[in-house]
Design a protein around this ligand. Structure first.
Ligand SMILES: [Zn+2]
Length: 262
């Protein structure tokens, strides 16, 4: 059993992540369930250029397209709803969209870089209050840019002990060390393996336990064979020998089942 907790659909800039690539790659690489968020929820273009004038997506349409995809693939797709705190903000339509999504909605997703807004900014508060109310976990992109710092995710998680936060990428474009320490220091903060060197994933598990890390990949960001990347090959393969069988099961699906109620 394998659950990928960090998957996307949506075409944007150089990214071409058609829903069929998700289904096709899941079948070929033996992934049983994917937590998908629509990249069409971005608030800025590549390198913070403005979105095209004819950009077709807002917070509702981007996520409703994803929820329809989950409905069409009942039992193998769950949705992490992409939030747009910069341009739109939390409102009744957003709440209704999540509630109408019912069992297909598994959590919220924030991308601080593509929102030009840190997760601990005041504009995210109403979303987080809603996540707390509905018991929805929150996945946050983390990286070495001014909006996506791992310590911002830590600060949001510290301010909201009732919400489970997943710090995606464990600090992309860093040596992962600061992010690992931050994840280890709060009970409601976790990491995922998306573009995380297997050695860093192992370090996190050895230091703080296998319950703290979820298998995730950004599939199909490099196309239908994103899972063939050496990092993911290692997580599928050698990593099995690096930790106990029970810990491996937690990493590959158990943690996601527990956190996202799958
Ligand atoms: Zn991602």
């Amino acid at each position: 059993m394998i659950i990928d907790s960090h998957v996307h659909i949506g075409c944007f800039g150089r990214y071409d992540m058609k829903p069929e690539y998700v289904i096709d790659s899941m079948r070929r690489y033996g992934i049983n369930y994917s937590l998908v968020s629509p990249l069409t929820g971005v608030e800025f273009g590549p390198d913070h250029t403005p979105l095209p004038d004819d950009w077709a997506y807002d917070q509702i349409t981007a996520n409703e397209e994803a929820i329809a995809f989950a409905r069409d693939n009942d039992g193998s797709i769950g949705i992490l709803v992409w939030c747009r705190p910069f341009r739109e903000g939390f409102n009744d339509r957003f709440a209704a969209m999540v509630d109408n999504g019912g069992k297909y909605v598994k959590g919220l997703k924030f991308h601080p870089y593509y929102s030009k807004l840190p997760i601990n900014a005041p504009q995210t508060e109403p979303y987080l209050a809603f996540a707390a109310e509905r018991g929805l976990p929150v996945l946050v992109h983390s990286a070495n840019d001014e909006y996506s710092q791992p310590r911002f995710v830590y600060e949001a998680a510290k301010a909201h002990p009732e919400i489970t936060f997943i710090m995606a990428h464990v600090g992309l474009m860093t040596d992962n060390n600061e992010a690992i320490e931050l994840i280890g220091s709060l009970p409601n903060l976790y990491g995922d393996t998306a573009w995380v060197k297997p050695e860093s994933g192992l370090r996190l598990i050895q230091k703080y336990g296998a319950h703290k890390l979820l298998f995730g990949t950004d599939n199909p960001i490099d196309g239908s064979d994103t899972y063939a990347h050496p990092f993911y090959k290692t997580y599928f393969g050698d990593f099995r020998q690096w930790i106990s069988p029970d810990d491996y099961e937690l990493l590959m699906h158990g943690n996601a089942e527990r956190i996202f109620d799958i």
